[in-house]
Design a protein around this ligand. Structure first.
Ligand SMILES: Cc1cc2nc3c(=O)[nH]c(=O)nc-3n(C[C@H](O)[C@H](O)[C@H](O)COP(=O)(O)OP(=O)(O)OC[C@H]3O[C@@H](n4cnc5c(N)ncnc54)[C@H](O)[C@@H]3O)c2cc1C
Length: 578
């Protein structure tokens, strides 16, 4: 087994991972040896799909905007579950991140006076989302990639699938990865690891996410003993194309698109009279499902899916071409619908995971005395928590950039003190994992992995969607635990080693099963409705009992559940009206 030894390793090459690697390298004067390890080629990382933009107060005072207002919008949007100290870090850091991307070459859309344009987004009081047409993530990723290629001290390992961390108590020593091209198992040895492996919305069948968003790093962290936070909160984006789940960015509504039911009515007036289509996503998604349930939606004949209409027809077609070109291209290609003359059929789809690896304000994992050593998490895999129970659109790219930078700098500053020794214990752990991977490849079994994955998707789509019930979640728990019991009988049809996507899929399915079980357990125990978690039996937010984070970690007997207080600084919870 090949052993690769680095001062520092960044696991994941999305916006969070690349930002971390770049700032770590700069901080060390380009002296540290750094590896970026990714199961995909860098430019296939999910971040390239980000469409609408990145939030940040660029011109304080313009439109009466300021950082305090950005913080307030974010906290109110989070249904008061966000940690307010972390939100303050987010809003303070975000403008500099947008400027950083300007310097490394992102072609921001601009106003006539040359300033960076900012558009309206759901739950934001004023337009504060910077954008590059509707391909913001692609341009940010391209700029990061171009920048990173200049750094000779950074090695990139594309298409290396990490499977398990190697720990020495609470210290990280590295991880094992499968090189997809050769089929060889390799071990990365490093005392400094930044986990930036993205979200896990692929546990749902109907999702806006790339196939790769299976939450591997989050599942690995859990199995290595690290705590996970607020896993019950999964965001459903209101406007995904049916039946594919492809996203129609919120920027469409930011540019003025309407939502209409089958009577042609702009129904958001019933649910969020002042914000209408630009209410936060949890509210808009609930409103859409309520309309469909009330018989005011449409039904797709092929799939039986309920949906409503997103209308852009009243917008100037020049505006659509300039600001939403990808949306137009996609609806024409996927559904043969030209949005300047026809309505777009949409319904809510799993989109973003607010929960993830429990980090403190510096991106360190765990808290107090139980902080893990040498390991940080940044980006969507991390729950810091700035999004609480419901993220506001365009706040994720800011989070990825702010914590990508800060974890990169902190890891670089301490990397010199953290050399890992090549002990027998380390090698044993790596060899054990190598054996586990090859055993999985070679063993026989009767269970088709793709049927198992479909069953999981059915459970999550039906029982953990926009509206939940205790009965449904109990059913989900039972069915997922029987899938976990069946898992050892799964088989990998392709027995070859080179580019074995069957093997990768099976490893991903195990990660998704683990995370689904945790999400269901966290959801079942939260007896209130807050943000994206809405339970029929407990329809109200309950700040007296539930203004707290769910923390789940692995214990000998299964899952250990604890709760941690939400950090309030300036803003007391209030009724959420839009
Ligand atoms: C369609 C869509 C549009 C969006 N638009 C916006 C937007 O406009 N604004 C906004 O703020 N947010 C948006 N979001 C959310 C935002 O895109 C994501 O939250 C963000 O890009 C996540 O970035 P990341 O760096 O954390 O992870 P990702 O970009 O998901 O990258 C994860 C990385 O981890 C690697 N990885 C994962 N598992 C392994 C493994 N086992 N081994 C090795 N490597 C691994 C992957 O290869 C990848 O490189 C959007 C989301 C979707 C689905």
């Amino acid at each position: 087994m090949e052993l690769l030894d680095y001062d520092m390793v960044v696991l994941g090459s999305g916006i969070a991972g690349l930002t971390a690697a770049i700032h770590a390298s700069r901080e060390s004067g380009h002296r540290l040896s750094i590896a970026v390890v990714s199961k995909l080629h860098i430019m296939r990382s999910h971040s390239v799909a980000a469409e609408g933009g990145i939030s940040g107060v660029l011109y304080s005072g313009l439109d009466n905007d300021n950082e305090k207002l950005h913080a307030y919008d974010t906290i109110k949007g989070s249904d008061y579950l966000a940690d307010q100290d972390a939100v303050e870090v987010l809003v303070k850091g975000a403008p500099d991140e947008i400027k950083f991307f300007d310097h490394i070459g992102v072609p921001w859309s601009r106003r006539d006076d040359g300033r960076i344009s900012q558009r309206a987004f759901g739950g934001m009081s004023v337009p504060r989302t910077a954008f590059a047409a509707d391909k913001t993530g692609f341009f940010m990723m391209r700029a990061l990639y171009d920048e990173l290629l200049r750094y000779k001290n950074v090695d990139v390992f594309n298409e290396h699938f990490a499977t398990e961390f190697i720990m020495d108590g609470k210290r990280i020593s590295g991880f094992v990865a499968l090189d997809m091209q050769s089929g060889e198992v390799k071990v990365f040895k490093s005392g400094s690891v930044i986990i930036a492996t993205g979200g896990f919305s692929r546990i749902y069948g109907f999702t806006t996410n790339s196939y790769s968003n299976t939450g591997d790093g989050t599942a690995m962290a859990y199995r290595a003993g690290m705590p996970l936070k607020d896993m019950e909160f999964v965001q459903f984006h209101p406007t995904a194309l049916i039946p594919s789940g492809i996203l129609i960015t919120e920027a469409a509504r930011g540019e003025g698109a309407y939502l209409r039911n089958k009577n042609g009515e702009r129904f958001m007036k019933r649910y969020a009279e002042s914000k209408m289509e630009l209410a936060p996503r949890d509210i808009v998604s609930r409103s859409i499902i309520s309309e469909i349930r009330a018989g005011r939606g449409f039904e797709d004949k092929g799939t039986g899916m309920g949906y409503i209409h997103l209308d852009l027809m009243h917008l100037d077609s020049k505006k659509i071409d300039e600001r939403l070109p990808m949306i137009k291209e996609m609806t024409i290609k996927m559904l043969n619908i030209d949005p300047s003359v026809e309505s777009i059929p949409v319904r809510p789809a799993a989109h973003f995971t607010m929960g993830g690896i429990d980090t403190d304000i510096k991106g360190r994992i765990g808290s107090g005395k139980s902080v893990f050593s040498g390991v940080w998490a940044a980006g969507e895999c991390a729950c810091v928590s700035v999004h609480g129970a419901n993220r506001l659109g365009s706040n994720s790219l800011s989070q990825c950039s702010v914590w990508g930078r800060s974890t990169g700098i902190e890891a670089a500053r301490t990397a010199g003190n953290r050399r890992t020794k090549k002990t027998r214990k380390f090698l044993n752990a790596a060899e054990k994992e190598e054996k586990k991977i090859y055993d999985m490849l070679e063993k026989e079994g009767n269970l088709n992995p793709y049927e198992l994955r479909d069953s999981l998707h059915d459970i999550m789509n039906s029982e953990l969607y926009v509206y939940r019930s205790i009965k449904g979640m109990k059913n989900a728990k039972k069915r997922i635990s029987s899938l976990l019991k069946e898992f050892p009988d799964i088989y990998v049809a392709d027995k070859g080693r080179v580019y074995n996507t069957n093997l990768r899929d099976v490893l991903e399915i195990k990660n998704m099963l683990d995370l689904s079980a945790i999400a269901v357990e966290s959801a079942l125990r939260r007896h209130e409705s807050r943000g994206a978690h809405v339970v029929a039996e407990y329809p109200k937010r309950d700040d007296k009992k539930w203004l707290k984070h769910t923390i789940i970690s692995k214990s000998l007997g299964g899952m250990r559940i604890a709760y941690a207080p939400v950090k309030l600084t300036k803003w007391q919870p209030e009724e959420r009206k839009y």
